[in-house]
Design a binder for this molecule. Structure first.
Ligand code: GRF
Length: 229
């Protein structure tokens, strides 16, 4: 059984999707052992607690700098001896030492098709750039922000009448799909990192929704069907 620790800062909808995927067996042989937040008011904490998962707050405001905060956070994480650390809307820039410590076992989700649009306000960035295809990315975390080997991406079309909120809603629906897929692939030890590339190995479950050796989830390109809006 692989142990997973999830880090959040706010709403926690990706975390909630992972908890649900875990409950229904979609994460494979894995257990979410703890949810940690850097803010006491992170809404996701209640969702996790209601699901019977241990929660803890490591408030970044209680530490003088990033180095001491990251050291404290790492200690709390390590106490749960996780195989995988999942960043799910964790809005803190992490120090290289922290990232190195969890190298190869820490995933992040970002609401764009990286390397396009790193940072914040990704949907506004996509609209301003005029791209016709947008999406989200699950990647291994490296010291560079919103960078690192890509595990799975989901693509969605950008429509003429989209605004930031319609785009965000359709991307978020896909985040919830691909994060569970990526975590399951990790849990089943099917992810092999080769430089900036991740190879997907081994047999795939029929219900994965992923094509064999495909890292792309694009169920609705060109249509609004199944968009959840
Ligand atoms: C998501 O869009 C995620 O991609 C980004 O922050 C947002 C967090 O949303 N990193 P939630 O807290 O999971 O609802």
């Amino acid at each position: 059984m692989k142990k997973i620790v999830i880090l959040i800062s706010g709403r926690g909808s990706n975390m909630a999707a992972l908890i649900e995927a875990s409950r229904t067996g979609q994460l494979g042989a894995a257990e979410i052992v703890a949810v940690l937040a850097n803010r006491p008011d992170a809404r996701g904490l209640k969702i996790a607690a209601d699901a019977g998962i241990a929660t803890e707050v490591v408030d970044h405001r209680a530490y003088p700098d990033r180095v001491t905060f990251d050291a404290a956070l790492a200690q709390v994480i390590e106490a749960h001896a996780p195989d995988l650390v999942v960043l799910a809307g964790f809005m803190r820039i992490l120090t290289p030492a922290f990232v190195e410590r969890f190298s190869g076992r820490m995933l992040n989700i970002h609401p764009s098709l990286l390397p396009a649009f790193p940072g914040v306000n990704t949907h506004a960035q996509a609209l301003a750039a005029g791209v016709r295809i947008h999406g989200c990315t699950v990647h291994f975390v490296t010291p560079e922000l919103d960078h690192g080997p890509v595990v799975i991406q989901a693509a969605i079309p950008v429509f003429d009448d989209d605004d930031e909120s319609t785009l965000a809603e359709r991307v978020l629906a896909q985040e919830h799909v691909i994060y569970a897929q990526a975590v399951r692939c990790f849990v089943e030890e099917r992810l092999v990192i080769e430089g900036m590339q991740v190879r997907l190995v081994g047999s795939l479950q029929a219900d994965d929704g992923l094509q064999a050796s495909s890292h792309l989830h694009a169920p609705q390109l060109g249509s609004r069907a199944g968009s959840g809006v």
